[in-house]
Design a protein around this ligand. Sequence first.
Ligand SMILES: Nc1ncnc2c1ncn2[C@@H]1O[C@H](COP(=O)(O)OP(=O)(O)OP(=O)(O)O)[C@@H](O)[C@H]1O
Length: 362
Amino acid sequence: MLDVALLHQYPGFTLDVAFTAPGTGVTALFGPSGCGKSTILAAVAGLLRPAAGRVALHDDVMLDTTSGIAVAPERRRCGVVFQDSRLFPHLSVEANLRYGLRRAPHGVSGPTFAEVVGLLGLEALLGRRPLGLSGGERQRVALGRALLARPRLLLMDEPLAALDAARRVEVLPFLARLRDAAGLPVLYVTHALEEVDALADHLVLLEAGQVLAAGTVEALAARADLPALARRRDAGALLGCTVLAQEATRGLTRLGFPGGELLVPRRPGLAVGEQLRVRLRARDVAVALEAPRGISMHNIMACRIEEIVPAGEAEVLLRLQVGPTPLLSRVTRDSVGRLGLAPGLEVFALVKSIAFDHAAVA
Ligand SMILES: Nc1ncnc2c1ncn2[C@@H]1O[C@H](COP(=O)(O)OP(=O)(O)OP(=O)(O)O)[C@@H](O)[C@H]1O
């Protein structure tokens, strides 16, 4: 468990946050530019001394301003990966990685050089210099160097933000492998929802130096009352799905989630039984009072309206419940009036299969 409580001020900005992150997995710090994400990371790493605060990992206190504890950054054992890889340009990839290994404390077990090279696919790069590498390759080396120092906590400050979309897609699977293999808690700063979907278990939602909400990614994605998430065009519930069947002749993949099933365009790479996460965007979900017939939509799910939350001038968000799973639907206020939508009403949620082209593999 990582406990963080921080109070710090800059001219015109106050950071006042408290949150807990689980002892393993990725906790994303998510919020708009200037909300304090990097300041939190710097304070946890020990690169910034906050006016007041406490940081403790598994009850091991790194910072406690009330009792005058402030462990030096190099003794906190936090691996930090920034947007720009910050590799040593005059050293080969191998020498950069071995620099990380030399920083590992004596007597601490952790992944070996060969394991990290294998995990991050760095074999072919070892003899090269950072300047000759692509941005994505440089970030993989930076991840490797951080991991070889055998940290107890990984801090990543928008590690993909400097990369173009193609490079981001290339590096994401390595980050997921690292998350699964390293068994360390990771604090991951981002303002990209697709990175949250692909990597994060927990989310700390920040705005103007404060925590708006914290919890599992699935729980927060399904809330209609958090404008910072719910007002986004890509807002929607995040469903933990299992591949039930590949319907090759229909060109579809059948997914199951607690309380329902979905048909999505076929993804041949997925094996039956495999788990994946699917973001079902609120704007792709319509509702009907009766189960429609003679309609092209594949996904028609019986559900109940739990909550109706205004979302701008002309629209609302409906929080729907399909068995134990919440969904969001964005409809016009006009539809609410026309159909007499109200909390407690049983309706049908309609989703086109092709709404799922952005499914992210967990
Ligand atoms: N050294 C500093 N001196 C003065 N103000 C600072 C300093 N560092 C950060 N700030 C201010 O503190 C606020 C939070 O900055 P921070 O970099 O933590 O935000 P962020 O959420 O990481 O933003 P971004 O997503 O743009 O990186 C901003 O208003 C910023 O201008």
